[in-house]
Design a protein around this ligand. Structure first.
Ligand code: FMN
Length: 353
């Protein structure tokens, strides 16, 4: 019902407005839902789908498979509403060490006929310290309805050779608030960022982050925080093999596949930025399938990219994604898309082969 109303009535009105202005409006609606506890509780009761048993991934319990992908709540302003909209986890960020304003606007473009978005945001965010202060005002981890992932990336002003320090600073600043971390080396909108996926940089970068995690755990007598790496869909299988070896060697907890693509399978779209939504579905699916096979299912995979309907979510799940995230799909299907997907995966898991 709600999805038909959104697609037939609301969406045509919202799509007449600038995408980033509409994004701000969506954040406001989420913030209001999060700020009024009885409203939030009622919405959670109504919308948060629980699978028969919680899904246990890297030591955390997820009520359902569907999560909010990075980029929607960059500054941790409204993630507490995620469960009220049916999400079984939320990922905030990308957060960088230094506050930055991102690329000039306009930087988000919709392509409704392809159910796609191109974004060239460039990590606008308030910086790790300011966001840690905001998170500090929230109730503790034990009171959360769903796990919170924190996605960290490199500041634009930081040279590649100093990237590790930048990530470690953000890791240490935000660690007390993260149920898990996502290391973003795959956005196309920070110059040269994706070079961090290569053999010249990745082992040292992930090694430093791992060390920070182990040092913190030892100092506090606390468990390590699960960490996953987010990769681009434009990598070759050979490059992915090299990344997987590093992840196993450094005992990383999982992989998030994928970020947006720099390829343009459809003509006439903005050439700068990353493409998401339906045209990304097959690329992400192929990569998730490949990783699942190459690792014999031994590395948890967060599948993301082009989930725009129940079928695309089901295919990712059956290809081996333990958790699934959405962003662009929500722009096209509406605010309760996560609930619909979680329900579909709960009851129809064998339909997508
Ligand atoms: C407007 C926009 C902003 C994004 N910002 C980020 C970001 O800051 N960090 C990140 O890791 N991914 C970011 N992404 C990528 C998404 O998290 C996701 O990996 C990608 O969009 C593919 O999923 P989708 O097809 O469901 O949108 C962004 C995507 C969009 C559309």
């Amino acid at each position: 019902m709600m999805d038909v109303f959104y697609e037939k009535v609301l969406r045509p009105i919202l799509f007449k407005q600038d995408p980033e202005t509409m994004h701000e409006l969506a954040l406001k609606v989420w913030r209001i839902s999060a700020a009024i506890p009885p409203l939030r509780a009622a919405m959670e009761t109504l919308n948060l789908v629980h699978t028969q048993k919680p899904i246990k991934v890297f030591g955390l319990n997820f009520p359902n498979q569907i999560g909010l992908a990075a980029g929607f709540d960059k500054d941790a302003r409204c993630w507490r509403a995620a469960a009220a909209f049916g999400f079984g986890h939320a990922e905030i960020g990308t957060i960088t060490r230094h506050k930055q304003s991102g690329n000039p606007k306009p930087r988000i473009f919709r392509y409704p006929e392809s159910e796609a978005v191109v974004n060239a945001c460039g990590f606008p965010n308030e910086g790790a310290e300011a966001i840690a202060k905001r998170l500090d005002k929230c109730p503790p981890k034990s009171k959360r309805k769903v796990p919170l992932g924190i996605n960290i990336g490199k500041s634009k002003i930081t040279p590649l050779d100093e990237a590790a320090e930048d990530y470690v600073f953000s890791f240490n600043t935000l660690a007390d608030y993260a149920d898990f971390f996502v290391i973003n080396v795959s956005s196309p909108n920070t110059p040269e960022l994706r070079r961090l996926q290569g053999a010249d940089y990745l082992p040292a970068l992930l090694g430093e982050i791992r060390k920070a995690n182990l040092d913190r755990a030892k100092k506090l007598g606390a468990p390590k925080i699960p960490i996953v790496l987010k990769i681009a869909p434009d990598l070759t299988f050979r490059e992915i093999d090299a990344i997987l070896s590093i992840l196993f060697e450094l005992e990383f907890d999982g992989i998030c596949a994928t970020n947006t693509t720099v390829s343009r399978p459809i003509e006439g779209m903005e050439s700068i930025g990353g493409l998401s939504g339906r045209p990304l579905s097959k690329m992400s699916l192929d990569i998730v399938k490949y990783i699942s096979k190459a690792t014999n299912g031994n590395l948890p995979i967060i599948g993301v990219g082009g989930v725009v309907d129940e079928d695309s979510a089901g295919r990712l799940a059956n290809a081996g994604a333990t958790l699934i995230q959405v962003y662009t799909g929500m722009i096209y299907r509406g605010p309760f898309f996560a609930k619909a997907l979680a329900n579909a995966l709960k009851w129809r898991y064998s339909d997508w082969v």
